[in-house]
Design a protein around this ligand. Structure first.
Ligand SMILES: [Cu+2]
Length: 157
């Protein structure tokens, strides 16, 4: 490969790398990387879901054991289960993070449940949530508030 061709290849790759960095919000906690935490707009007294990716760069499994937020009266760890043709939410005791792997908290799956919001969550705000892991300890991340989604699974608490 000629020098000129190498330079052209590097130049072609640079915009992609810059875009990836701009897109991801990553918070480190020991071997864990908390990626792109977000939630949806909701009113005071209502509830909201918290979504993020937990990456484990270590060889030891970890687990999310609890979470708290000044924006929520109570914060639970939830999953969805299929009940006939309806998806319902259920609390779970913890959320395992596999060694050298990741777990995704997302709408319709595992998620943080912010209950009894002490303040409205408006688009563009950041909502602090402190996650507590068995090994990595505590880390505070900021949920980026996005627009309320039209597609909501059935809620029953
Ligand atoms: Cu829930």
């Amino acid at each position: 490969m000629t020098t000129r061709r190498i330079l052209m290849t590097v130049a072609a790759l640079l915009p992609c790398a810059a875009a990836a960095q701009a897109r991801d919000t990553i918070t480190e906690a020991g071997a864990l990387r908390i990626v792109n935490p977000w939630t949806r707009a909701a009113g005071q007294g209502m509830q909201g879901g918290g979504f993020l990716v937990i990456r484990n760069t270590g060889a030891t499994p970890d687990k999310l054991v609890s979470a708290t937020s000044p924006a929520a009266g109570r914060l639970e760890l939830h999953t969805h289960i299929r009940d006939g043709d309806v998806m319902r939410m259920r609390p779970v005791n913890d959320i395992p993070v596999p060694a050298n792997g990741e777990v995704t908290l997302q709408p319709g799956g595992l998620h943080l449940m912010l209950m009894g919001l002490t303040q409205p969550m408006s688009v563009g705000q950041s909502i602090p949530v402190t996650l507590r892991f068995e090994h990595a300890g505590e880390v505070t991340v900021q949920l980026a508030v996005q627009a309320a989604g039209a597609r909501q699974p059935a809620h029953r608490h």
